[in-house]
Unconditional design. Structure first.
Length: 292
């Protein structure tokens, strides 16, 4: 690209808070044919809220929530923050946790008041050898409603499920439509469960969903698409997304995201608006056209 075209493209981007880190980023934007989007914090606001608390009956709801919040207070996961906020809003007295262990892509485990409390997804309960029992159908109902279902086991027995909703960003669906107009395929990539992810993808008009992906598998999925000859942009916000952002032809970070994601990406969307993804590709295409 000519220096002038690059300057114009970079300037157009800057006007709407689309920061291209270098000339390569601008040129690659023109050639992207598939956009992979992280769900939580990218297509959704990433400010999840507790909507449902279901206990298996063995524990009263308040005691159940105090145990779960004690574990989640030690975690940095956005779902954990939602649970802690909910417990605080109810005015529940905090309890201390010890021996906290984070299980990436699964959840967390700790001892609370002499009990072993496991909080996370279905896979974590499986790993712990806990049968979900009657809570399996409640989990499924929540997932089909687009909720993320957090499962809880206490002392080796399923104790309850917490439903958490994360509102989709106002412009997510328009962004998907705009990408389709540019002839670009859109893929959702998420660690969340398949039923929840598919429900949200359908609402947004997204073609393909890759769900229940472990953090270390996200980059491998991008490599797989690239090996098929596609030019791949990855859009993400989390620490989890950084390896995938690095692996993509074009890494795009949500400005409200973590420092690691922003540092790793080639493009940063300062307004955290999904509509700036198609905007970035259009600016790239415009720049390339001026070069010829
Ligand atoms: P993502 O942010 O894309 O959902 P993660 O890899 O962070 O992916 O987590 C995958 C899944 O593991 C989450 O959707 C959730 O079900 C579960 N999980 C992880 N950490 C926690 C936690 N601290 N509390 C509850 N659930 C968790
Ligand atoms: Mg995320």
């Amino acid at each position: 690209a000519t220096p002038t075209a690059i300057m114009v493209g970079t300037g157009l981007g800057a006007e709407r808070g689309v920061l291209f880190k270098n000339a390569m980023a601008l040129e690659t934007s023109a050639r992207v044919d598939v956009v992979v989007m992280d769900k939580t914090g990218t297509l959704t606001k990433g400010e999840p809220e507790v909507t449902d608390v279901v206990t298996g009956g063995a524990l009263p709801e308040e005691e159940f929530l105090r145990l779960v919040a004690a574990v989640e207070r030690e975690s940095e996961h956005p779902l954990a923050a939602a649970i802690v906020r909910h417990a605080d809003d109810l005015g529940l007295a905090p309890m201390a946790a010890s021996g906290f262990e984070n299980v990436p892509g699964h959840g967390a485990v700790a001892e609370v008041g002499g009990r072993r409390v496991v909080v996370g997804n279905r896979r974590l309960l499986e790993r712990e050898g806990v049968a979900p029992g009657t809570l399996a159908s409640r989990r499924q109902e929540l997932a089909e409603g687009g909720r993320t279902a957090v499962m809880v086991a206490v002392d080796g027995a399923a104790a309850g499920v917490i439903g958490i909703a994360d509102a989709v960003r106002d412009t997510s669906s328009a962004a998907v439509a705009a990408l389709h107009e540019l002839g670009v395929e859109v893929v959702m990539l998420t660690g969340d469960n398949a039923a929840t992810a598919e429900r949200i993808a359908r609402r947004l008009g997204i073609d393909t969903v890759v769900a229940e992906v472990l953090p270390e598998e996200k980059a491998a999925k991008i490599a797989e698409l690239r090996a098929g000859g596609r030019r791949v942009a990855m859009v993400g916000d989390g620490v989890n997304d950084a390896p995938a952002l690095a692996q993509a032809d074009l890494g795009i970070a949500i400005g409200a995201g973590t420092d690691v994601a922003i540092e790793t990406a080639d493009v940063v969307l300062m307004r955290s608006d999904p509509l700036d993804v198609p905007a970035a590709l259009r600016i790239g295409r415009g720049t390339l056209r001026k070069m010829r």
